[in-house]
Ligand binder design. Structure first.
Ligand code: ZN
Length: 147
């Protein structure tokens, strides 16, 4: 059966690309060398985001990055995620040109924003997360380079 998909938006400003994929890990110390071996490329940056209670490590794979996330606090979102679901895929981040415009568009389309204002994320980005209950279980991040 073919279900017709009715386009409700105009696609004027599509999301640019998958900017990175976030993976929750117990310990960067173990995960970094393993991912260096897996991807055959070096971790080019580690960064702590105190407001999010995470330490991150980045790998560049062509146009996309892999972001490993370790919690710095047992009450942090990554620690709680791992407690519930174990280590693994945590979120997909899309690069957008105008994060406020995307937040407005998505919230008008019925998606639930987890932060009503863009916040500072790792890797020099403004970020906003969408609640996974409206995205078939996927935590989606919007990100825009901070200028
Ligand atoms: Zn991310």
């Amino acid at each position: 059966m073919i279900i017709a998909y009715k386009n409700t938006s105009c696609y004027l400003y599509p999301m640019n690309k998958v900017e990175h994929i976030g993976i929750a890990v117990n310990a960067l110390q173990e995960a970094i060398p393993l991912y260096e071996k897996l991807l055959n490329s070096p971790c080019y940056k580690t960064e702590e985001v105190a407001s999010e209670k995470v330490k991150t490590a980045f790998f560049r794979q062509g146009e996309t990055k892999i972001e490993l996330l370790e919690s710095t606090d047992p009450e942090g979102v990554i620690a709680r995620f791992i407690e519930k679901k174990g280590e693994g895929l945590h979120h997909i981040a899309f690069d957008v040109s105008d994060i406020r415009a995307e937040m407005k568009r998505l919230s008008e389309a019925g998606f639930v924003l987890l932060n009503p204002e863009p916040k500072q994320g790792a890797d020099n980005k403004w970020v906003c997360f969408l609640h996974p209950r409206n995205t078939h279980g996927v935590l989606v991040e919007l990100c825009q380079e901070r200028t």
